[in-house]
Design a protein. Structure first.
Length: 114
C-alpha cells in the first residue's frame, strides 16, 4: 500500500523552538520533518544525538554547524553530524522551509544550549 502525506495536512508539532514544524514520517528507524521559519525567526541552539541532514525546500537561510555559519539557498543539502551544536536563522525577507531527516530516529533527547 502506498502511503502519501501532504505537508499542509500534518499538524504543527509542539516544540521548544515555537516555529512551524511538521512531522511527515516517523518510524523506529528514521524521522522526516519540515520546518518553516518566517522572516526573523530562528531555531534555538541545540545538539542532537544522531546525524541530521537538512534539505532546503524554499528560501534562503543561515545554518550554523559547530563554529561555522553558511548561507544556503533552496535545493541545497546540509549535513550535521551527531553531537554537534547546530541552529538555523532566517535573516531574509521571505519564508525559509527545510526538510529535517534524522537517522536513526533519536532515542536520547535533544540538548538545548543557552
Amino acid at each position: 500500500m502506498i502511503v502519501t502525506k501532504k505537508l499542509e495536512d500534518a499538524p504543527i508539532m509542539e516544540s521548544a523552538h515555537n516555529v512551524d514544524a511538521r512531522n511527515l514520517y516517523s518510524t523506529e528507524d528514521a524521522m522526516v520533518s519540515v520546518i518553516t521559519l518566517k522572516p526573523g525567526q530562528e531555531l534555538k541552539k541545540h545538539i542532537t544525538p544522531v546525524d541530521v541532514a537538512f534539505y532546503v525546500l524554499k528560501g534562503t537561510g543561515v545554518v550554523r554547524i559547530g563554529d561555522e555559519k553558511v548561507t544556503v539557498t533552496e535545493n541545497t543539502l546540509v549535513e550535521s553530524p551527531k553531537d554537534i551544536l547546530h541552529c538555523w536563522y532566517n535573516e531574509s525577507e521571505g519564508d525559509l522551509a527545510f526538510m529535517v531527516i534524522k537517522a536513526p530516529r533519536p532515542k536520547k533527547p535533544t540538548v538545548f544550549v543557552a
